[in-house]
Design a protein around this ligand. Structure first.
Ligand SMILES: [Zn+2]
Length: 412
């Protein structure tokens, strides 16, 4: 039996997203096909499709030939119906994209940022939003919102205020509130790993996956969990803080207070640390890749160690989540990612070792360096609590006939 704490507006908003997502992924598509795909009633799909058409988010593509009877109208996303901005702030850069509803990038920016602290970075974030909107010459009323992505975790006393893998000074800062005040747009904040996982699901190798674990190897180590098609954030938004899983109880001390955290072995920070300890002159990830290409023994040793520790944690992940696949992405240069995947394969026995698998257990992410910013841009559409979408529908459309709560039941 399903629990039904009915919140009709929330359900309506959720169903709109479900229909919009069905049209985005499968369009041109008829209303009957949407109803089949989403398990929504034909009446609900018709009502929502009407709302979405009147607000300019989807459009009719004409009729398909049918064997008999009146052929159905085909619906597609209207790319110019809405735009979203995605921003990624990390230790060295501010990257941004402006995408249309079809996911096409209409504008992008990448700028170095030497001190990613709130006082310097907040005005830069606001300026980037304005520059992207102005540069793409899109009507501001059609901009649905902005997603901002930063390394997590957020607001955990022992984890977020110290350590070289988090950004300094952001503890307790209301990023969404401040950026909304500066730009007038709804703003959603997410950690980099979850956003990259979303970007990968929309634009990369996870397009056909519903349940997967996305390993984000950046300066630190995080993970994005997409469970049954939705990002899983945990009770306080910090699910997937994979780097602080202890894999070596007597191992290297970590900035979080534990010993032997995975991030101390498998992260760019750990790689730089290991190379400098070996006397290598490394400043960029390209330097690391060059060492790997040259078969440098220190780098080979680091890769072996990173893989050994990762295998322990990934075994726990597979047994805990039973994912369709584990994806490896983040800021790791291709050469290092490939070397790591070689060492991780095959993963140790787990519930994922099945004969009837559709995908390999370990997959290299393909959405590229922009995956995270693209995921950030998807946040305003993905997030069930985002007001922007329902506001646009309300402002742009005549209200559809009220539906009963019973007709709004969504299939699991
Ligand atoms: Zn730790």
């Amino acid at each position: 039996m399903r629990l039904s704490g009915t919140n009709i507006e929330h359900t309506r908003s959720f169903n709109r997203r479900v229909v919009l997502e069905a049209v985005r992924r499968h369009g041109p598509i008829s209303r009957a096909e949407i109803a089949r795909l989403t398990s929504l009633s034909p009446q609900t799909v018709s009502n929502i499709a009407l709302e979405l058409r009147e607000s300019g988010l989807i459009r009719a593509e004409g009729r398909r030939r049918a064997a008999r009877g009146q052929p159905p109208v085909e619906l597609s996303i209207d790319p110019a119906g809405g735009y979203t901005v995605g921003l990624q702030l990390d230790h060295a850069r501010l990257s941004g994209v402006l995408v249309n509803l079809a996911g096409t990038v209409c504008g992008r920016t990448v700028e170095p940022i030497a001190t990613p602290e709130p006082a310097t970075a907040m005005p830069r974030l606001a300026a980037a939003v304005e520059a992207l909107i102005d540069g793409a010459e899109v009507p501001r009323t059609r901009v649905l919102g902005c997603g901002v992505v930063m390394p997590g975790p957020f607001d955990v006393e022992t984890l977020s205020s110290v350590g070289p893998t988090t950004l300094p000074g952001w503890h307790g800062i209301d990023v969404a509130g401040r950026l909304t005040a500066a730009t007038g747009l709804p703003v959603l904040v997410e950690n980099d790993a979850t956003a990259a996982a979303l970007g990968e699901r929309l634009h990369g190798a996870a397009r056909d996956l519903r349940t997967f674990f996305y390993l984000y190897l950046g300066v630190g180590l995080g993970a994005g969990l997409i469970l049954d098609g939705q990002p899983y954030r945990g009770a306080w938004g910090n699910a997937g803080e994979f780097g602080h899983i202890v894999v070596a109880p007597d191992g290297a001390p970590c900035f979080c207070g534990n010993n032997g955290c995975l991030e101390r072995y498998a992260s760019l920070h750990a790689a730089f640390e290991a190379m400098r300890a070996a006397g290598k002159c490394v400043g960029t990830t390209a330097d690391l890749a060059a060492l790997a290409a040259a078969g440098d023994p220190a780098m080979t040793g680091w890769l072996d160690s990173a893989a050994r520790h990762l295998r322990i944690a990934l075994n726990a992940v597979e047994n805990l989540l039973d994912p369709e696949a584990v994806l490896i992405g983040g800021d790791l240069p291709d050469r290092l990612a490939e070397a790591l995947i070689d060492r991780l394969t095959p993963l140790p026995p787990s519930v994922s070792a099945r004969r009837d698998r559709h995908w390999p257990r370990l997959i290299r992410a393909t959405a590229g360096a922009e995956a995270t910013a693209l995921g950030a841009a998807a946040l305003p559409l993905f997030d069930s609590v985002s007001p922007s979408f329902s506001l646009l529908v309300k402002n742009g459309a005549r209200s559809a006939p009220e539906e009963s709560a019973a007709a709004l039941a969504v299939a699991p």
